[in-house]
Write a protein that binds this ligand. Sequence first.
Ligand code: PLP
Length: 442
Amino acid sequence: MGSIVLKTEIPGPRSRELTARKDATIARAKGLWMPMWIDHGRGALLHDVDGNTFIDFAGGIGCLNIGHAHPRVVKAVQDAAAKFLHTDFTVVPYESYVALAERLLPLVPIGGSKRAAFFNSGAEAVENAIKIAKAATGRPAVIAYEAAFHGRTHMAMSLTSKVHPYKTGFGPFAPEVYRVQFPNAYALGPDAAEIALDDLRRGLKTRVAPETVAAIIIEPVQGEGGFVPASAEYLRGLREICDEHGIVLIADEVQSGFGRTGRMFAMEHFGVEPDLVCVAKSIAGGVPISGVLGRASIMDAPDDSTIGGTFVGNPLGCEAAVAVLDVIADEGLLARGTEIGDRLRAAYESLQDRTPAIGDVRGLGPMLGVEFVREGDGAPDAELASRIVGEALARGLILLKAGLHGNVIRTLVPLVISDAELDEAIAVFDAAVTSATAAVIA
Ligand code: PLP
């Protein structure tokens, strides 16, 4: 018997009731991607309010690399909550904030002296990384990428590329943001790195003067943009350009960090050092906290009290994040992530051999995307991807889409998933793709 248990239609009656209450009370912008409501989660499994059990490949959009409700994180939060809930670290400090920095900084793929600062969300980490880079350089401009996603606050939204739905109606945007091509090998072909480096070099002549650029911010694997990895060749070239012009290189590892690619940070795959790293999502096993980590000379540029916020680096998040680092080390989740990635990639590639609608299988380690296209002209097929998400859900597997065209299915599987659960999920994925593509052909 497998882990998936479906006792009611999906959504079940209790979920439908909750959705009706939500529709009567919650702002329309808070639409729901999944129709069922969670009761509790354990590891890679999500149990809904109607008694159904799903395998969760969404992980709260990449926040659950160590799984739902890991007992060591739950205990850390309970213990911390029983002591105190809040002081504001800068008003009355607490040890866990510093302990987290001491544990994290040696893991960041940057040499030399480093510093940390903690915030609440990924977007806030991005906002603050940009402020820090501006303070360090005294420059106003920032370069970001086509198809980038950096969050929904004002600066982060300005850096985000996808217009609908993230930016529509929310302008004017932050000024002095310039956009360049991402080295997307599926879109640009084998010369993607050189094409994208040429675009950046041209941009520094035609879009913005390099001596006014504070930072270039890049996701080493684009997340919302469709799980597109950059390459070592591109990142090496980018590092050289940043060094030549005194530009701060920011790696946004909000989605790719904490084992998501089989390494602690995705940048480790490329052997290139950024100057600053933004972290959030899986850092604390589901508890909201984020951070900016990086070179001391840059991190120390802003004056006292120029970065901060009431709840930033909250004690529950700090304790939870330390527990997450213990879990990743003690349970060998980086090696396990690589293993999961290898198994999933093999399964997706074998499916691709049988499925002309799969245009690409790509990613790093277990951070894998499957891109669906129309047979014949290869155009993005968002409708098919949606149908597959629906077919998978009806069989008990939670999947998420991504990509500028919404035609990529991404894998954000908890790295604590068992082999049996992984096999079961792969079988459901296969059945969902087979059924959805058969429906298209019929
Ligand atoms: N940066 C990246 C790469 C992300 O994927 C996200 C969220 O998906 C963010 C920043 C924003 O994080 P948050 O939603 O916690 O503000």
